[in-house]
Design a protein around this ligand. Sequence first.
Ligand SMILES: CC(C)(COP(=O)(O)OP(=O)(O)OC[C@H]1O[C@@H](n2cnc3c(N)ncnc32)[C@H](O)[C@@H]1OP(=O)(O)O)[C@@H](O)C(=O)NCCC(=O)NCCS
Length: 389
Amino acid sequence: MAEGGGGLGTKYDVGMGLAERERTCTLTHPKWGPALSRRDYLLRENYLTTVPLARDGGITHWILTVAGLPAGERPILSSCESLRKRAVYCDGGKVVEGVAHGIGSVFTEEGYRGRGYASRMMREVAGRLRGWQAGRGVVGGEGDEDGVARGRVLFSVLYSDIGKSFYAKHGWEPFESCHVAFEPAAGKTEGGGIARPIGYHELAELCAVDERLLRAELSRGGGGRGRKKTRVAVLPELDALLWHLMREDYMTKCIFGKTPTVRGAVAGEPGRRVWAVWMRGYYGGLNKDEGNTLHVLRVVVEDAEQADEELVDGFRSIVQMAQGEAAEWKTQDVQVWNPTAKVRGLMDKCGIEFEVVERDVQSIASLMWYGEGSTDEVEWVANEKYAWC
Ligand SMILES: CC(C)(COP(=O)(O)OP(=O)(O)OC[C@H]1O[C@@H](n2cnc3c(N)ncnc32)[C@H](O)[C@@H]1OP(=O)(O)O)[C@@H](O)C(=O)NCCC(=O)NCCS
């Protein structure tokens, strides 16, 4: 489906336009895949079409091209991809489920830069995503029985590495983009800690609890007449985390020849737990630590009413386990994106040094709202790393 005169081109998937994807990947490899050989990077991008979230058409590859030319002969003027995710917003106290698209890998090859191609693509992608795959991947959930807007595309998100203005110009407003960074600290993984490691098999239960708590929080906090902002969230469901962890498996297998087993840590008993799920991300690889980070995807305090004093020992132990994993897996820091006030309180009390970083250029969380009102009137709840792609 190419549109007239240099319009947005077709999507290409595993079976179709593979050569085009290879061409794009070859060009993006130096920027996004330096921790991998070019071949492993190409294979990773193919593998990433088969994992949760992306599989079954969840990922769409977009190119701006010249209409009418067949794949292989047409130029790739600019490219990006979108990943379908489950999302919710609070409408008058009722949590409504729909779709959000995460956009990533926006790229124009050097020879084509500065001619407005990425701008044109983003404008067209913004319009196309508004109705893209509406209703797909949406399952019934609390509070959306009558499904007024169920399955509608609610919003799209992206993470700008080129500051706040380029994407804002095209409708993706910058949101809070701060993180807390802890140093790696070897030898803290074992012994004495009260936190227990989280493996794959525990994630389904934890994600189900997280989703229930998040829906409850959204419905409590939002929608009243006096409330100015519409509260929205990407759901921290199992597939959303598995996308990260399977990507991490691929990276660590290539870089270290093995995959990690500790995917997070939990402390406390059911009903009064605190936990963090994390993912190791690599841009530097083994040669340099810079760009290698242990990203905390999501932090959950199960009982928000529980006193910090009761939670802080468990939280400290979780951070120490993350620091130990960060050291063992050659990352330069542990990052927690946009921690809630409750989690910031635990950080302050746990006695481990950290740095607060306000990002101005890299990984600027940006959102375009497709519902009523403007994006300015939206509050992005749970704006944490798990929503990144
Ligand atoms: C960013 C990129 C996609 C822009 O593509 P393009 O086709 O040249 O974009 P356009 O011609 O539509 O627009 C260029 C605009 O991008 C801005 N821009 C490009 N690179 C930038 C950077 N590193 N930092 C800030 N702004 C940047 C230009 O200043 C220009 O701004 P203007 O519209 O106010 O004049 C391209 O430079 C690229 O692929 N870079 C490497 C990959 C990358 O960083 N992608 C973005 C990931 S979030």
